[in-house]
Design a binder for this molecule. Sequence first.
Ligand code: PLP
Length: 395
Amino acid sequence: MTDQPKRPDKRPDTRLVHGGRRAEWLGGMVNVPVSRTSTVLFEDVASMEAAYPPRDGTLSYGRNGTPTQWSLAEALTELEPGAAGTRLFPSGAAAVSFALASVLDPGDELLMVDSAYLPTRTFCDQGLKRYGIATRYYDPRATAAEVEALLSDSTKAIFMESPGSLTFEVQDVPGICAVARQRGIATLLDNTWATPLFFQALPRGIDLSILACTKYVSGHADVMLGSVTTTEAHWEKLNRTARLYGQSVSPDDSYLAARGLRTMGVRLRRHEDSAIKIARWLQGQPRVADVLHPALKACPGHHFWKRDFTGSSGLFAIVLKDADEAAAVRFVESLGLFGIGYSWGGFESLALPVHPERARSFKRDWPGAMVRLHIGLEDPDDLVADLAGAFQAIA
Ligand SMILES: Cc1ncc(COP(=O)(O)O)c(C=O)c1O
């Protein structure tokens, strides 16, 4: 969809509610309905042939989408001022992989942040490597000048994830993008933690902004979906790459993600308020050595968070003082309201022991085992009481 956002003058919360709801797709209803199809029937051969090359807004074949998928894509595009379009993928991991594949060719080098989500790292080390694309990791605490010093003639892309997975360092995204743009290097950001509501990536210089919509966009722990929103310069290449590899998402998942998107503003602010309240409480607990939360002063890159973000979400980590792995496991297993499980971004609280040191090139020393928390939409006082009980269990 290369139409520019329809409501650039409206505030983000208004765009969350109205984005992608074109009258011709709604058919008089509030939500764009689930349109399932493989085959599309045409009046005649000429109109069938005119539907190609496929484009959003014109029915051609199920793999190329129906109004259900186009509407979600357009709503996500409207959240990033200046975006040319959004392509949906069957998971966040697929969105990351295809975004990278669309900007890199054999012989190129990628600069990848060391704190990237682990499957992103695995894709680089195994997937890109097979195609003759080299990955060099850089410290998430690196300044823009330090990143610039790492560039070589073959560097064609810089990938950021801010804050980083598990350790939550916030990067100087605008600074790194300015360096990259001067040299024609593509910039990619995994923006899943903040979403475009709390960090507008394209206005800050990013070329391809990636979301695991599985998390806050869907918001109910019942959908796998990813998206990539790009500038005009990267839009055709992303589309071509996705089509080449037959990428397609179901209308049912798109519908659920769009339904989640409408309430993302209120959900995220509730996640934010509760997470900050609980993070501050945790800072005062004797068994907590560190709270890794971008909105807290001690978090590396906190000043970038303050400068560039309009909010924080519900995911952060704690370091348990002098605790070994067994104590972290006992802590997590002693919690009653926090589920034990991967993922985050749903309505429910989650906890799990994490091990950033196992797959990092730039190690940091931690004074104990680490636990990642996702603060859900429960009453935060109940969550505090639950955490207090778990501290007693490991006392
Ligand atoms: C930061 C981040 N990016 C991408 C992904 C991948 O998303 P998905 O699980 O939808 O493939 C995840 C999943 O946990 C994630 O945490």
